[in-house]
Ligand binder design. Structure first.
Ligand SMILES: Nc1nc2c(c(=O)[nH]1)N[C@H]1C(S)=C(S)[C@@H](COP(=O)(O)O)O[C@H]1N2
Ligand SMILES: [Mo]
Length: 409
């Protein structure tokens, strides 16, 4: 082989002698395998709304819920490729079930400290200048079991209250300016049309910055579970404030102190006091492949792949360790790497067959770096609020055993 050959034909990564022989046999026999015969029969020519292949079974996971209407389901992050979560697999968190709302009767009221109270229909909003942006949504309580020291067995159960979609809608600032923001207005109280009328207050600066009143998700209308026909998307902030089934925005000089901001979704500190209004989700990452519940079929090359995100800005760096944290190396960040969105990272790894740990740690453009669990507990303590611990962003480790099985540490 001369130098030119080796340049145009880099060393094969996975090709084994067995694969090579099998491929040769098919060619010689004229391609008569059963799989190839099946592909020669005429299939259905078209369908009005596409379904995935019956061979694909990746699904949201949920435990039975004792409370009617209040439940969560988790995204199968271990199966994800790229940075967009299919709408059908977006995690769900409902406090009072999914209301059945019609876009022809649903309305959004803007009132309180405004010059002109206004009512928008969904059709009104669709006439206005629109934006489409890719953003993650993460429940504040995501991976709280890691904080407790009882890590879940796979990425879905440990980190699956987390998804990333392209959202389309009208900037909230544009709606507020239509109504005319009065000088005393400091907060916007957003309320959903579900049975519990879930409400959260957001500071006016954020409301006028990058918040979207969304009607679109991944190229079509929002799914009912995601707030059809209207939801708030509050880039980078905890999931709870992304009010679904949005029907009311009230401008006020003070926050509403609703249940979900005065009691739930607060951060308990070691002295027993709770912090209110801790909105942003901190920089975080998780290796999704290989991850808990998966199995490495062979030693040799495996691409390590995972997701990193920060509610404060852009992910600038992800480091990976494949030796129980002794050494860390930079992963490659896939394009696009957008602010307050998933960033996919990859790292080429050759597994020797040894028992080891795989870990990732992300940094963002504010200079924050994902802490170890020990460092986080040293600051935040082990006390959890009535609904668990919020805003946990510690480094996640997966253990690879000599038989190839991957589990939590
Ligand atoms: N109206 C309303 N909005 C809501 C909720 C809700 O129960 N009702 N749940 C909140 C919580 S706690 C989270 S984490 C996110 C989840 O959004 P998703 O179900 O689209 O993933 O929606 C938030 N918005
Ligand atoms: Mo949540």
């Amino acid at each position: 082989m001369d130098a030119r050959d080796s340049m145009s034909n880099p060393a094969p990564i996975l090709l084994s002698r067995r694969r090579l022989l099998a491929a040769g046999a098919v060619t010689l026999a004229g391609g008569t395998s059963a799989a190839q015969d099946a592909a020669r029969e005429l299939g259905p020519p078209r369908s009005p709304y596409g379904q995935r292949s019956p061979h694909e079974t990746s699904a949201r996971w949920f435990a039975p819920s004792p409370m009617p209407g209040s439940a969560a389901s988790r995204t199968p992050l271990q199966d994800a490729v790229g940075i967009i979560t299919p709408s059908a697999l977006h995690f769900e968190r409902h406090h009072a079930g999914v209301p059945a709302l019609s876009p022809s009767t649903h309305e959004l009221l803007v009132h309180g400290l405004v010059e002109r109270p206004l009512v928008f229909t969904v059709a009104d909003l669709r006439r206005m200048p629109s934006v489409s942006r890719i953003h993650f949504i993460e429940c504040a309580g995501n991976s709280s079991r890691e904080h407790e020291g009882r890590p879940a067995e796979d990425a879905q159960r440990s980190h699956g209250l987390l998804s990333c979609s392209e959202w389309t809608g009208v900037p909230l600032g544009a709606l507020l300016r239509e109504a005319g923001v009065r000088r005393e207005a400091a907060w916007v109280v957003a309320e959903g049309a579900d049975a519990c009328r879930l409400a959260r207050s957001l500071p006016i600066d954020k409301a006028l910055d990058d918040v979207i009143v969304a009607y679109g998700q991944n190229g079509e209308a929002l799914r009912p579970e995601q707030g059809y026909p209207l939801r708030l998307v509050v880039p980078g902030w905890e999931g709870n404030i992304h009010i679904k089934w949005l029907h009311r925005l009230q401008l006020s000089d003070q926050p509403a102190m609703s249940k979900d901001e005065a009691a739930s979704y607060t951060d308990f500190m070691p002295d027993g006091r709770a912090q209110w209004f801790t909105f942003a989700m901190d920089v975080k990452s998780v290796i999704t492949r290989p991850s808990g519940g998966q199995r490495l079929a062979a030693t040799g090359f495996h691409e390590i792949s995972g997701l990193a995100w920060s509610g404060r800005g852009r992910v600038t760096r992800v480091e990976v360790s494949a030796d129980r944290g002794s050494t860390w190396q930079d992963a490659t960040l896939s394009e696009p790497s957008l602010p307050k969105a998933f960033t996919r990272f990859t790292f080429p790894w050759a597994w020797s067959g040894r028992d080891t740990w795989l870990q990732s740690r992300a940094s963002d453009d504010t200079g924050d770096r994902q802490p170890t669990r020990e460092a986080l507990v040293a600051v935040r303590g082990l006390l959890a609020g009535p609904d668990g611990f919020n805003h946990y962003n510690g480094i996640k480790a997966w253990r690879v055993r000599p038989d190839g099985t991957v589990s939590h540490v």
